[in-house]
Structures are given as structure tokens and as C-alpha cells.
Write a protein that binds this ligand. Structure first.
Ligand SMILES: [Zn+2]
Length: 560
């Protein structure tokens, strides 16, 4: 099987059917999405196609990028662009095999094919809404198609596996951020092409750009004997490889054992003439080290330690929400250390700008670009063990580059008020439940999650308001924008206090304690406190009067 020319990927058509076709189907205007049987496979298949297009036909500059955004290649043109790479994408056979060791690994004992899967524990997965398995239970046999994407998913996400079992290039369970068009009818081509980088943007210090070739073993490691990492000094550093290698990273040594026996695939449920039940796996594959920056992943550097390599962002317990938005979108290397993914930085800094400048694309393209979304996904791993899988979409706001710093300041201002409110709310709920003397037992992080969820829509409304102010060229927002945000936080904090505190059996409640906690919360929300608190500071910075704003809320006070 060849993963470049065989019809192995499930695509979703405009008519909502699923068709299995070869990767060149991504240029078909009738194809709007992928449709893999698992959420982690879906994320990986996107990265597979992105890597393929990025490798076979990278846009030479942003003008070239815009041309092909407006006018995609035909399927035949795309096939011609892919043709020189076919030899690097054989999944089985005697020669080099896609994402597998060149050595047949006959010296190791074979093991079950389920070793290719990064699996989430059942109960926890359901609780976190991460129940992405089509079929639960044992995986004994896979069709070739599922085996191919399982292998790729493992290589790009590889968790730390203990001594000699190498972790992925961006660490175990990295987050991936992709730019997506707002409209759900957008073609798969536009979904992918929004994330393409020019050779100049892809090439980092110490690397040199060469036109990608199928036999380049600094691009595709499986084309040569594995860079075994059994000794000191065998680490793989960014300057030793092709700039596009991060798309094709291969930390693990695997061989798939194909059988000419039919199976019903335990992942996709289809019948298959050939099957994969066993694999060989060996330790000490490529050991990635040094300052890697994967173009699809956000990182964080420590401004106080400029020589330390940046750390990739990972999935975390507590999920992903608007409190993560600034670091995923707004570059801030010198203060918070946030380094959004290169595709996000390039979109915000270059792609939006070129459309603005050229204005030749017409309204449709312009609005497609202006109203993009950010798709964020990845595993939440606890060392080797997955706790869950996250996949969320957020609005993506792009403002002129000169206004970026101001947007960041405002977003931080709004975000930090939410954070302080969440903290005070959590503290007072605890106090109402337990009094001041007792330490809360158990996990109360869900209180924060409730609060952030309840205020999320309002945050993104505020964000759109900020964008409008900045793109209109103003340097101050209307105080009403901030006042609305503040009022949402206040209303939701009080509502969640009541909902949580009164949810328990009433006869166990200490009413005096409850009333005192609620009064303090309200006092705090109205800007009270010994020194000027976060609420008063926010109101002063934003130019609205706290007293007059709150005077009309007799109801809230009466409730307290
Ligand atoms: Zn299958």
C-alpha cells in the first residue's frame, strides 16, 4: 500500500457522504473535510495532508500563497506535484517504509498492534467528554488504512515511554493549532492552504532550505538507517535536518507486520482483505533535543532564561478555554514568553495583511480571511497515560500588526479581571461550605471551569468589540465595552455562588456563614476591599463609574 497514491483516507463531501480516496482528493472542491473514525486520527490526518502539501508545493511567497488560495490546483496538477514523492510513502514492501524503521527489526519479539494506539482510559474519557472511540474494547486487528494513520498519530504525538522509548519532537501530547475558515462549507483545500508557510518562514536559524526530495533522509528519516540514540551525543538537533522535518518526525522504531488474511477492522469496522495484527517495536529511535519549534504548535519561552529551549504547550486537566486564547494567538516573547504556532503568527502578521493590501480578492475572500477560527486540539497526557483528548474552536481575531501590543494589553486586562473574579468566587464558595478554618478536600477546579464556561461567549463578544475599535484606528475602547464585561462577570459569579452553595442539603447549611460569604463576594464585586482591588482598577482603567454602574442593582443587593 502507498499512502500517497492509494484511496485510503475517508473524506467528507459537500453532500455529507464519506468517500475513501487518495490524498489528492483534497483539491476536489466537493471535498470539505476529513472523516476519520477517531478524533486523534482526525487531527493526525489533517497534519499528514498539511505536511504533504507543505512538502510538495510550498507557496514561494505570500503573493503566490494568495494566488493559490483564490485559485486552487486541479486534482491532476496536485497529483503531478505529489508524484516525485511516491517512493517515500510506501507502507509495506522490501524498501523504505513510511514512518517505519529501515531495519526489519527481526531481533525483537513482535507484539500486538494495539501498541500503536494512544488510548484514553474509559471512565475518565467519558467524564471529560473525550469519549472519542468508535469501538471500545480490545483492538486485535486493523485494516491497513487504520494501521497507517495509527502509526502516524503515534509518531507525531509519542508520549514519553520510559528508558529508551523516545518522546515526540514537540514533547508528549503537544497541542496543535490550525487556522480554519469560519464557514463550514469551505473546501478542504482552503482549510489546509490557510496553514501553509513559505520556505523563508519555515526555515529557522542554522537550517538551510533545499527543495524537498523523496530520498532526502534529513526530511524523511525512514529513507535511511535509524539515527539510533544509544550513546551520548546522538541527539537530533534542528540544524541537522530539513526545515520541514517537524511535519515528518519519527521518534519511535516500528515495523508493521502485514498479513494476507481478511479481517474486520477493530477501529473502522470495515472488512479488509489484508490485516495488521502484530508489530515490532524497538527502543532508542531518534532522540530529539534542542530548541525545536514545530510550525503547528504553540510554545512558551522563559524571558529570563533566553538560552533555554522553548517548551511546547500541552493539553492540561481543566480543558482549554478563553483564558488560553492570548498565548495561542498573540506573540509576546519578551513578557509572558508566549510564542504562538508559526502558522498562527504568519496568518496574523502576513496573510491578513496581504489580502488587505491587494484588495483584488474581493469581498468573499476577504471575509473568509477576516473571520477565521482557531482549531486547538491534542491529548492531555499524564506521562505515558492519556487522561483525555481536547478539541475546541475559538474565534481568531487579527488586527493590524501595529495594534497587536494594544490588543494584548486589553485582552490581558479583561482576562485578569475574570481570573481574579474566579478566584474570589471559589474562595467564598469554599467559605460558605466549610468556613475559614477548614481546607477544602477534593478537586474544586470544576468551579473555575463552570465560571469560565459561563462567561466565554461574553469574552469573545468583547474580543470582537476590541477588534472593531482597533481596525477602525482608535486607541481607546468605549467604556461600555468594559462595563458589559464586568457586569457579565458579576452576574455569573453571583449566579454560580447561589447555584453551588444552595445545591447541597439545606439543613446542613450554616446560614450565617453563607450570608457572610455572599456579602463579601458582592462587596468585592462592587469594587470593595482594603486597597484598590481588581474591580476598581479595571473600572478606572476602562473609564466607567463603578458606583453609578452598580447603583441600579437593588435586586442583587437585596438577595445578599
Ligand atoms: Zn480500519
Amino acid at each position: 500500500m502507498n499512502v500517497l497514491s492509494n484511496p485510503w483516507l475517508p473524506f467528507r463531501t459537500r453532500e455529507e457522504t464519506i468517500v475513501y480516496r487518495s490524498p489528492s482528493a483534497l483539491a476536489d472542491p466537493d471535498i470539505i473535510d476529513l472523516a476519520l473514525p477517531r478524533a486523534d486520527f482526525q487531527g493526525a490526518a489533517y497534519q499528514f495532508l498539511l505536511g504533504l502539501v507543505q512538502t510538495a508545493l510550498p507557496p514561494q511567497d505570500h503573493g503566490d500563497w494568495l494566488d493559490r488560495f483564490i485559485e486552487p490546483p486541479s486534482i491532476a496538477e496536485l497529483e503531478a506535484d505529489f508524484a516525485p514523492f511516491v517512493a517515500a510513502f510506501e507502507l509495506d514492501g522490501e524498501g523504505p517504509r513510511f514512518m517505519q524503521d529501515l531495519d526489519p527489526l527481526e531481533d525483537v519479539k513482535d507484539t500486538t498492534v494495539s501498541g500503536l494506539l494512544i488510548d484514553a482510559p474509559g471512565a475518565n474519557g467519558v467524564k471529560n467528554n473525550t469519549d472519542f472511540f468508535v469501538k471500545r474494547g480490545r483492538v486485535d486487528a486493523m485494516c491497513e488504512d487504520c494501521a497507517a494513520i495509527a502509526l502516524f498519530t503515534m509518531q507525531i504525538n509519542a508520549p514519553a515511554g520510559g528508558a529508551g522509548i523516545r518522546v515526540g519532537l514537540r514533547g508528549g501530547g503537544p497541542l496543535t493549532t490550525l487556522i480554519m475558515p469560519e464557514t463550514i462549507e469551505a473546501s478542504l483545500w482552503s482549510r489546509l492552504w490557510l496553514n501553509m508557510l513559505t520556505p523563508k518562514t519555515s526555515t529557522r536559524q542554522g537550517q538551510s532550505w533545499q527543495a524537498p526530495r523523496a530520498d532526502d533522509d534529513t526530511l524523511f528519516f525512514w529513507m535511511a538507517p535509524t539515527r539510533v540514540s544509544d550513546k551520548k551525543g546522538t541527539q537530533v538537533l534542528p540544524e541537522q535536518v530539513h526545515p520541514l522535518h517537524p511535519y515528518w518526525s519519527m521518534p519511535r522504531r516500528f515495523r508493521l507486520l502485514f498479513e494476507d488474511t481478511p479481517c474486520r477492522c477493530d477501529l473502522c469496522g470495515r472488512g479488509s482483505e489484508r490485516s495488521v495484527r502484530r508489530i515490532r517495536a524497538k527502543k532508542q529511535g531518534a532522540n530529539y533535543d534542542g530548541p525545536w519549534l514545530h510550525p503547528l504548535t504553540p510554545y512558551r519561552r522563559d524571558p529570563k532564561k533566553p538560552n533555554e529551549p522553548p517548551l511546547s504547550s500541552k493539553g492540561q486537566p481543566g480543558g482549554l478555554g478563553y483564558r488560553h486564547w492570548p498565548n495561542l494567538v498573540l506573540s509576546d516573547p519578551d513578557n509572558s514568553g508566549a510564542l504562538p504556532a508559526a502558522v498562527v503568527q504568519d496568518y496574523v502578521a502576513n496573510k491578513v495583511t496581504i489580502v488587505d493590501e491587494e484588495r483584488r480578492a474581493g469581498e468573499a475572500i476577504e471575509s473568509l480571511l477576516k473571520h477565521a477560527r482557531l482549531w486547538v486540539f491534542g491529548f492531555d497526557l499524564d506521562q505515558m497515560k492519556p487522561r483525555g483528548w481536547y478539541s475546541v474552536e475559538m474565534p481568531l481575531v487579527a488586527v493590524p500588526p501595529a495594534q497587536q501590543d494594544r490588543l494584548r494589553d486589553w485582552v490581558q486586562r479583561f482576562g485578569s479581571l475574570a481570573m481574579e473574579t474566579a478566584k474570589t468566587l471559589r474562595g467564598q464558595i469554599k467559605r460558605a461550605w466549610l468556613g475559614t478554618a477548614v481546607e477544602a478536600r477534593g478537586d474544586i477546579g470544576y468551579l473555575d471551569m463552570q465560571f469560565y464556561e459561563a462567561t466565554e461567549a461574553a469574552f469573545y463578544r468583547s474580543l470582537a468589540g476590541m477588534r472593531d475599535v482597533l481596525t477602525a484606528g482608535h486607541d481607546r475602547y468605549d467604556p461600555a465595552l468594559a462595563q458589559e464585561w464586568y457586569q457579565t462577570l458579576r452576574t455569573q459569579a453571583l449566579a454560580l455562588f447561589d447555584a453551588n452553595v444552595l445545591a447541597g442539603p439545606l439543613d446542613e447549611l450554616d446560614m450565617e456563614r453563607l450570608i457572610s460569604a455572599r456579602q463579601y463576594l458582592l462587596f468585592w464585586l462592587l469594587g470593595g476591599g482594603k486597597k484598590r482591588g481588581p474591580v476598581a482598577t479595571f473600572a478606572a482603567q476602562s473609564g466607567f463609574e463603578l458606583t453609578s454602574a452598580s447603583a441600579g442593582n437593588k435586586k442583587e443587593q437585596a438577595n445578599g
